[in-house]
Write a protein that binds this ligand. Sequence first.
Ligand code: NOJ
Ligand code: MG
Length: 536
Amino acid sequence: MKETQHKHLWWQEGIIYQIYPRSFQDSDNDGIGDLPGIIQRLDYLQSLGITAIWLSPIFPSPMADFGYDISDYCGIHPLFGSMEDFDELLREVHERGMKLILDLVPNHTSSEHPWFLESKSSRTSPKRDWYIWKDAQPDGSAPNNWLAMFGGSAWEWDEETQQYYYHAFLKEQPDLNWRNPEVQEAMLNVMRFWLDKGVDGFRVDVMWHMIKDSQFRDNPVNPNYREHQATYERLIPAYSTDQPEVHDIVRSMRQVLDAYDERMMIGEIYLPIDKLMTYYGTDSKEAHLPFNFLLLSIDWDAGKLASEINQYEGALPAGGWPNWVLGNHDQPRITSRVGQSQARVAAMLLLTLRGTPTIYYGDEIGMRDVPIPPDEVQDPQGLNMPGLNLSRDPQRTPMQWNAGENAGFSTERPWLRLPDFYKRQNVEAQQEDEFGMLTLYSKLIRLRQQEPALHVGEYKPVVTKSPLLGYLRVSGDTRFLVLLNLSHKPCYFTPDHFTFEGTIALNTIPEREGTSVKDQVYLSGDEGMVIRLKNS
Ligand code: NOJ
Ligand code: MG
């Protein structure tokens, strides 16, 4: 893809870091991370080279889904601190030249939100239509067959008013009715509230869920469903998600942002590439970055990766900026999917592809999913579907800062346990280790930020044989060749169609940095390298 000539914006050039606030740093020793804790760690993020921070929800919430069930969109949960703490956090982030992105959860509220309490109070409530209420079928059953993401039917019966309400997630997370103009205005005002404070953007939760079929037709049965999958997968959510009218909503959210200076919106969207692209909007007037989750579920195979990356690059609309993600609070960590040694190669991939990378907290020190004993499971997805191994607790454990008590996260017992080996796997230990994951991340980030070829340059695929993945990043006369061995076995790169010469600028095996290479390269298992090419 061509390098565009115009000025690039912060969210195109920069690197986003996702903080799961419960698990980053506790400051008041209740075993739960909080905003003052995050402030204490801003210098660390700045020195790592992070340019924008996305915070998972910090708002008042009964915590049925750990903050994704909001009871007040314009407040701060006391567990995390006060509005003064938030203002200070925003100031401190900005003082360091970084940006702050909040999580916006517009699809559903908490069942304890005053809007829902009002809506539920009677069939004639002025807010009745703010949520999705339907009569039972003649036999008393739910209005249709739609399923909840966290197990069971998506419809909950309300005894008092004798109707069902719809919830795509927990019954404690009723879906708002986005066809109602009052709902639209209320949520756009929530955006304005935070934008007026100076927040730089939003990550919008389950954007593709926001509008449902107007006729509420049954979803078709998924013929590929297998018993080990979540019950939600039994149906294809053809009518409950990704409806054409959602684009009008995303557009109106974008218009709110565009009334401010350089604010941005990332959409959480789990859809195939062609569908995902529609969320940029036909004229790029929808989401700035529809999250690209390709790397979260792909088989770790060079051929498949190359074809998906190329397909994604090729499908981007004109003016659509790419982005890449290796992990988040809903997915197993990259180390637990591909192993510790390949996670180094994955880091190199994330930080050398074209497009904004989002780093999940702790991935920079190679944190792994922590096994949580059954009686300590807290995630509703794990609790509601026991036996399917779907709990998200393992990837949400406290950040491992040092070898001290509770890894420096808290002086009290953390809300989720730490791994037994945190004393040797933590930030402090890795700051001393030139061969550690943290050093690799910080070198990759530094090189990426120094080199326009890497942060805004063109991406050009290079034909390689499996297990090797290769591509070029180019800006003006500067060219980098990235070669990644996706296997544990050695392999050769001996291209038929071009000659090259250069120096290894970065390598997962640091001893090889500075070495000259010419026309062919021999790679160890799990080796990845960024070669600065000589101009011929
Ligand atoms: C997506 C969020 O990332 C996830 O953590 C949450 O459970 C659901 N949306 C519901 O809000
Ligand atoms: Mg705390």
